[in-house]
Design a protein around this ligand. Structure first.
Ligand code: SAH
Length: 341
């Protein structure tokens, strides 16, 4: 089978070129075509000799993804893309327009095995991991199609990025190379449901990214019910890993808390959250839960703002996430589910 060249790091291309008897700098030229100029046909790489182009064609394939549906919000500039991968699977990305620039939310897996019971991405289960090329292509395709420059990324689309650890690390390294997109990891947020062993591993990379941790409940009893991963890594274990992460990277953590009426939004829950997180270098992102058709979860505005007030008074740094693309069901996972049924 031909090798996926868009998933090859620069270092890898250097050694691949040397292995086939070419000069090392050819690796850089090819990498530039693929990731800076974004030319995805060997035949158009004009400074590469035709004999090398033929060789490349024999050894490698250039992966691609295709936009099969695009929804544009009429209330803000949010655009939601449904992409088809080369094997026919589907994933989603969402392009959002913030004050500080354009942000793209990307997927890291086809489906998800984590089973959070409020999340549309996991309902039909897990199909496969995404390759680094497929994460990069979500960015390149969204920029090409929209003509907008993407300033920041969130790994909060379909899938659990830390469950696809090696490909996600490779993607982060490649998106931040000077040759290529050259995006500082300071402008990247990675969201996890709490894979504790991988949080420790990620800390070792000392990336400048923001780690977002999906907490969503304050007791193990409640978290077990809505997030099965909690049975493996309960809240105490998770927060210990978070403290280690903050200490090693010097970065604050962002906790995601989807506010679900009658489940996790009582004043007592807010007080318990203060107790859990007090003194930690963190921010809390309250997310009005997105309704999905499989569950009757909803958010109550009054309870949400009461919850926020209690956190504020308790000295926690909390904000309510603004809803974007409400008219196009911009929360990830929903479009793919509609499409695949
Ligand atoms: N697997 C990762 C990243 C993908 S989900 C994670 O769990 O963090 C991105 C965020 O959206 C997570 O915080 C997730 O809990 C949240 N989310 C999923 N479904 C939601 C819904 N229906 N309403 C609000 N937030 C939701």
């Amino acid at each position: 089978m031909k090798k996926d060249i868009l998933s090859c790091s620069l270092e890898e291309l250097y050694s691949e070129m040397e292995a086939i008897g070419e000069k090392k700098f050819r690796g850089k030229q090819i990498y530039e075509w693929l990731h800076t100029k974004r030319v995805h046909e060997f035949s158009n790489m004009s400074n590469i000799s035709s004999s090398l182009r033929t060789k490349l064609d024999e050894l490698y394939c250039i992966n691609s993804i295709k936009i099969v549906r695009k929804l544009e919000s009429s209330i803000d500039n949010t655009v939601k893309y449904l992409y088809e991968l080369s094997d026919g699977n589907h994933i989603e990305s969402v392009l959002m327009d913030y004050k500080h620039g354009n942000s793209l939310c990307i997927s890291t897996q086809v489906g998800c095995k984590m089973g959070c019971n409020f999340c549309a991405s996991t309902i039909a289960g897990f199909k496969r991991h995404l390759f680094p090329s497929e994460m990069l292509l979500q960015v390149y395709e969204a920029e090409r199609d929209s003509g907008r420059h993407i300033d920041s990324l969130v790994l909060m689309g379909i899938g659990e990025p830390l469950d696809n650890f090696n490909n996600t690390i490779r993607f982060l390294q490649m998106i931040s190379y000077e040759t290529g997109k050259n995006l500082s990891l300071r402008h990247v947020s990675l969201s996890t449901c709490g894979l504790v062993d991988k949080i420790y591993e990620l800390a070792e990379y000392r990336f400048g990214l923001t780690l977002s941790v999906s907490l969503h409940a304050v007791t193990d009893e409640e978290r077990n019910k809505i997030m099965p991963i909690n049975k493996q890594y309960p809240i105490g274990t998770l927060l210990k890993a978070c403290r280690d992460y903050i200490e090693k990277t010097g970065r604050r953590i962002s906790f995601e808390y989807a506010v679900i009426h009658g489940i996790n939004d009582s004043p007592a829950d807010a007080v318990a959250l203060i107790k859990l997180l007090r003194g930690m270098n963190c921010h809390i992102n309250l997310i009005p839960v997105n309704q999905i058709k499989e569950r009757d979860y909803r958010s109550d505005k009054n309870a949400l703002y009461d919850f926020l007030n209690i956190l504020d008074k308790g000295g926690l740094n909390a904000t309510v996430r603004r809803t974007l693309g409400a008219d196009i069901d911009a929360a990830c996972g929903q479009l793919r589910r509609e499409y695949e049924i």
